[in-house]
Design a protein around this ligand. Structure first.
Ligand code: SF4
Length: 335
């Protein structure tokens, strides 16, 4: 369990400031206007070394896009990403290659993210060769060591992805990310496709290697129980916006944003004192090319009023590092 307290004692490893990603959408059959998809809108947060920060929200809320913006796999439309104080968007040449080495990703589907024609040994060792960090002999030794670290025997060196189970393939994906000795790993639904027992094995592995290699995780998931186990802080996204962020237990026990309350009302808490009524969200998530005015959540919010329809709520801190974007969230005290 990694629910430790992290704070601004040192500089953050990652600092994301007002990052947005807009796409131009194709015009519809009866329209010539190009419209804009606001996939991620004005998101700011910091992540500290060895912290695990969770990003949760419904499918299509922009979680994965945000993860890829942080890694510069997508270029932001606006905003700034600092990694160890360096502006990631300005990196070029060797500096960019170094960043690619230190900031890695583990994908959801270990099968499609591994080249089926390559052996496991080649898949894990390839990043070292691409980055020119070792010769072939040294690569083989490092791959063998990595197989051991992720709990696979040396027999897997010559096997192919189709010969591995889902959990084994995810171990290969983790080994491939780990071999470059990264500082930050974006886990994009990294355990979502696995059955429950395999999921807990991979979570334990992520726990262990975090300690051993001083890793920092951005943990993107729609599995709220897994996020609770893994994360020190959690960010909630809705329609490309961050609506709430807090330390994990604070958020799970005192969600302040009506969307977070609805999302978390569906999970069971092990505390019998914490009775929680299920809140069913009405309506569908609005189309991101036509985001509602004011608060983007107002079309589904049971507390929405005139102000919510007109005025966009800004993120504001309500104490203890807990911030929320809702006009009605109390300054202090919980509902
Ligand atoms: Fe609901 Fe208004 Fe708060 Fe938005 S600002 S979450 S519509 S109460």
């Amino acid at each position: 369990m990694m629910n430790q307290k992290y704070g601004p004692d040192g500089a953050p490893l990652l600092k994301v400031s007002h990052v947005s990603k807009h796409y131009s959408a194709k015009p519809g059959a009866f329209s010539r206007d190009r419209r804009v998809v606001r996939a991620v809108e004005d998101i700011s947060f910091e992540v500290y070394t060895k912290e695990t920060i969770g990003i949760v929200g419904e499918s299509g809320c922009g979680k994965t896009t945000l993860g890829k913006l942080v890694l510069r796999l997508f270029e932001p439309t606006n905003g700034e990403v600092l990694f160890e104080g360096q502006d990631v968007l300005k990196l070029k040449g060797q500096q960019l290659r170094d960043f690619r080495r230190y900031a890695q990703i583990v994908y959801q589907d270990p099968y499609t993210s591994l080249n089926p024609r390559n052996t496991i040994g080649k898949i894990i060792g390839e990043p070292l060769l691409v980055q020119k960090l070792a010769d072939k002999k040294a690569v083989q030794e490092k791959v063998m060591h990595m197989l051991e670290v992720v709990g696979l025997s040396s027999d897997y060196y010559g096997r192919y992805p189709f010969e591995c189970s889902g959990g084994q393939r995810q171990r290969v994906g983790i080994a491939r990310a780990l071999i470059l000795n990264p500082k930050l790993i974006v886990c994009d639904e990294a355990v979502s496709a696995l059955d429950v027992s395999t999921q807990s094995q991979i979570i334990n592995l992520l726990d262990d290697i975090q300690e051993e290699f001083s890793l920092t995780y951005l943990f993107i998931s729609h599995g709220l129980s897994v996020v609770r186990h893994m994360c020190s802080r959690v960010m909630v996204m809705y329609l490309g916006r961050m609506v709430e962020i807090a330390e994990c237990e604070e958020l799970y026990h005192h969600p302040m944003h009506p969307y977070t309350q609805a999302l978390f009302s569906a999970i069971l808490l092990p505390d019998p004192e914490m009775e929680r009524n299920r809140i069913i969200l009405e309506g569908d998530v609005p189309n991101p090319v036509n985001v509602p005015s004011g608060c983007a959540f107002h079309t589904r919010c049971r507390y929405a009023d005139e102000r919510c329809r007109k005025e966009t709520p800004l993120m504001r801190e309500i104490g203890n590092g807990h911030s929320v974007a809702c006009h009605l969230a109390a300054e202090e005290g919980k509902e």
